[in-house]
Write a protein that binds this ligand. Sequence first.
Ligand SMILES: NC(=O)c1ccc[n+]([C@@H]2O[C@H](COP(=O)([O-])OP(=O)(O)OC[C@H]3O[C@@H](n4cnc5c(N)ncnc54)[C@H](O)[C@@H]3O)[C@@H](O)[C@H]2O)c1
Ligand SMILES: [Zn+2]
Length: 350
Amino acid sequence: MTMDAIIVSDLRSALIPFLDKTPKGQLFVVVDENTSTKCMPVVAEALGEVAYETIVIPAGESHKTLAAVEQIWNALYNHQATREALLLNVGGGMVTDLGGFAAATYKRGIRYVNIPTSLLAMVDASSGGKTGFNYLGVKNMIGSFAMPEDTLVYLPLLESLPVQEWLSGYAEMLKHGLLKDEAHWTELLALEVDDNECVMSGELLAENIAVKERIVEADPKEKGLRKLLNFGHTVGHAIEEAYHAEGKDVKHGYCVLWGMVAELYLSVVKMGLDKEVLRQMSSVMLAYYGRPECNCKDRERLVEWMMKDKKNRVAGEINFSLLRAIGDGVVDQTVTREELDEAMEYLFSL
Ligand SMILES: NC(=O)c1ccc[n+]([C@@H]2O[C@H](COP(=O)([O-])OP(=O)(O)OC[C@H]3O[C@@H](n4cnc5c(N)ncnc54)[C@H](O)[C@@H]3O)[C@@H](O)[C@H]2O)c1
Ligand SMILES: [Zn+2]
């Protein structure tokens, strides 16, 4: 078992050590409806003659539910999966979160390996061991910490990724840039996202993935430092919940980007962060992401969502991770309601 995601150049050889340890008939692959057609052919080629059972779950965050977890448990049970079974999660963060949870709980835990297919899953969701699903309308309410045996990042899988999904992942990369240092932040800002993709080198991606890994290694159960990774997510999750409550689709990374704009505003006001960083993030937002479909009238509801978020509530207050400077984040910061309103006003008025 390892924490580090590896960028692999040969998927087949990367899989061999895991396949060798898996008895015949005990290999299962979880995909969603999209990755089953767009990505599975590549993975199937790497698996070659090895037999496996494919479990196809519905795509999209609205299906990150107990029903989908049950579908995986049922398929495992119906195909006589034992505790020696290996689950390969081939998909974005929804598949790696759900498949990871199903693996963590089936017969008290079987091995699983993530093969992330979205940029967001590569840089964020597929490593770090958080698994789970949405419940009673609350994001990731039920879950467990369960490390994958490995996360194999294979760049050719990104070829079919739609541009909005690239942008969703790019937002989490920017968050890592802010947590790391000026050099990485500047390199990320210089990337150009065009109509099809955002071309980046394997080295840049590896450097970005390592930001999360180092933080998770230091604080796997989110007692302190790991909360830095929630930067942008307090406001971001509330926006995401607001969209979902209205039955509207929205990408997680877009919400994180909007959340980061509001939380950078708070960082400027409360922590003395250089305004230039807020300006840079605001221009990225206007260039690529647009504005959230929220306005000042939604503030009350957004604050209610923030209070409900499991990560945010400390003795009745909303808890933020903020930045003093790039590479200098601080956890467990509370802000006044006025400051929060002001930050949301800034975001909605851009
Ligand atoms: N566990 C964690 O630490 C963690 C961290 C961040 C996010 N997450 C979770 O990750 C999820 C978001 O991840 P996501 O953005 O990858 O969502 P996702 O898995 O829903 O993927 C987004 C869309 O892209 C499609 N897709 C994925 N790869 C593709 C490819 N190569 N080609 C074509 N289509 C492809 C999917 O089918 C889906 O329609 C959320 O549920 C979020 O809560 C978890
Ligand atoms: Zn996120």
